[in-house]
Design a protein around this ligand. Structure first.
Ligand SMILES: [Ca+2]
Ligand SMILES: [Ca+2]
Ligand SMILES: [Ca+2]
Ligand SMILES: [Ca+2]
Length: 349
C-alpha cells in the first residue's frame, strides 16, 4: 500500500505496518502521547537534513541530505538497527562534533536511551547511553541545556506532578538523571526545548493550548531551570501543533504553530514571545501531513517542512525570509518517509 511509485521501492519500504506507534490516520492528536523534534544536520555541512525511521521490527533509518534546494538521493540507509518497535526517535548532536546523531527512547518499564553517532555518511553502532531515563509515558526531548556544545536529553513527566528531568551528555553516555524543575508542563501541556534567550543554553517551553493557550518558559541556568514565566498569553490555541525554532536568525528560538493550513509565528524578544502571532504561511501541512522545523538551506534561519507520508511520501519545504515562509514550487523529495514512518523533523501532537 505504501508503494505508489514503483521506481522508488528501494527507498524506505515499511517492514511491519502493524507495529508502528503512530497510526497513519491520526498522526497528530490534541491529547495524550505525542512528541516533537527538530531536524538534524547529519553530514555536518551546515544545512539540516531529514531522517525517517521505520521502527517496528526492522529498525531502519533513512537519511536524505539537503543540497540547499532539495533533499538528495532516494533515501539512503544510514542504520538498520535503530529505534525498534514504538521507540521515540529524535535527532541531536550528542558528542558535539558538529554532525547530528540520533537517539531512541524506549520508555515504559525498561527506559533505555540508545544513541547512534553520525560518521557523516551513516550512523555507527547503536549503543545504550542511559538505562533509566524517561520511564513510563514521559515525553522525551533533546537540547543542550548546559551549553557545553553537546546535546543533552530532557524528560517531561507532565500530569499532576510535572517534573522535568535532565541527563547531561558526556559525549559518550548520559549521566544519571536529575530533576531540574518540579513544576513545568502540567496536565496535557505540550513541552518543547529551545534556547529562547540566546545564551546558548536550551530552555523549556510549554504550550497550554486549548482555550487558555498560554506559552510558558523556564530558562536554563546551566544546572537547573528557573521558575516558569508566561511568555505569551495566546498562541497555538485549540489543537494547533506547536514547535520551537529560530525563524528570524537572531539566535533566539521563536515559537511556531502549525494550524493545519496556516503557520503562525511569535518571535522571541529574549524576555517574551511577541504578543500577536503573525501568519507566516498559508496552506501548509494540511490534513494529516506531518510538519517540522529545521534550517534546510543553512542561512541561519529555521524553515518549515511538511511530510505527506502514506503512499505519496512527498516532502515540501518553505524557507524563511526572516519575516515569512515561502514555499518552494518543487518538492524537496518525491519519496521519503512513506506510510507511517516517523520523519525528523516532525511534530506529532
Ligand atoms: Ca555528532
Ligand atoms: Ca550539554
Ligand atoms: Ca537559554
Ligand atoms: Ca529568533
Amino acid at each position: 500500500m505504501a508503494v505508489a511509485h514503483a521506481a522508488y521501492v528501494v527507498g524506505p519500504v515499511p517492514d511491519d505496518p502493524s507495529k508502528r506507534g503512530v497510526p497513519a490516520g491520526r498522526p497528530l492528536s490534541a491529547s495524550a502521547d505525542g512528541f516533537g523534534g527538530r531536524a538534524g544536520d547529519f553530514d555536518g555541512d551546515g544545512r539540516d537534513d531529514v531522517a525517517s525511521f521505520t521502527r517496528g521490527k526492522g529498525g531502519d533509518v533513512y537519511v536524505a541530505r539537503s543540497t540547499g534546494t532539495r533533499f538528495d538521493g532516494i533515501g539512503d540507509l544510514w542504520s538498520d538497527e535503530f529505534a525498534f518497535w514504538s521507540q521515540t526517535p529524535l535527532a541531536g548532536d550528542f558528542d558535539g562534533d558538529g554532525r547530528s546523531d540520533v537517539a531512541a527512547f524506549a520508555r515504559g518499564g525498561k527506559p533505555t536511551v540508545s544513541v547512534a553517532l553520525s560518521t557523516g555518511r551513516s550512523f555507527g553502532p547503536t549503543t545504550v547511553w542511559a538505562t533509566s531515563f524517561a520511564p513510563d509515558t514521559d515525553i522525551p526531548a533533546v537540547g543542550d541545556v548546559n551549553g557545553d556544545g553537546k546535546d543533552d536529553v530532557v524528560a517531561f513527566r507532565r500530569g499532576s506532578t510535572p517534573t522535568v528531568s535532565v541527563a547531561l551528555s558526556t559525549g559518550r553516555s548520559f549521566r544519571a538523571a536529575t530533576a531540574w524543575h518540579r513544576w513545568f508542563a502540567p496536565g496535557t501541556s505540550i513541552p518543547a526545548v529551545g534556547d529562547v534567550n540566546g545564551d546558548r543554553r536550551a530552555d523549556l517551553v510549554a504550550f497550554a493550548r486549548g482555550r487558555s493557550a498560554s506559552v510558558w518558559v523556564a530558562l536554563s541556568t546551566g544546572s537547573a531551570f528557573r521558575g516558569a514565566t508566561r511568555w505569551n498569553a495566546w498562541f497555538a490555541e485549540n489543537g494547533a501543533s506547536p514547535a520551537v525554532g529560530d525563524v528570524n536568525g537572531d539566535r533566539r528560538a521563536d515559537v511556531v504553530a502549525f494550524r493545519r493550513g496556516e503557520v503562525t509565528v511569535a518571535l522571541s524578544t529574549g524576555r517574551s514571545f511577541t504578543r500577536t502571532a503573525a501568519p507566516w504561511l498559508r496552506s501548509w501541512a494540511e490534513g494529516e501531513a506531518v510538519p517540522g522545523v529545521g534550517d534546510f538551506d543553512g542561512d541561519g534561519r529555521d524553515d518549515v517542512a511538511a511530510f505527506t507520508r502514506g503512499g505519496l511520501a512527498d516532502v515540501y519545504v518553505a524557507r524563511s525570509t526572516g519575516s515569512a515562509f515561502v514555499a518552494s514550487a518543487e518538492r524537496w523529495h518525491e519519496y521519503f518517509a512513506a506510510a507511517t514512518e516517523i520523519p525528523q523533523p516532525g511534530v506529532f501532537w
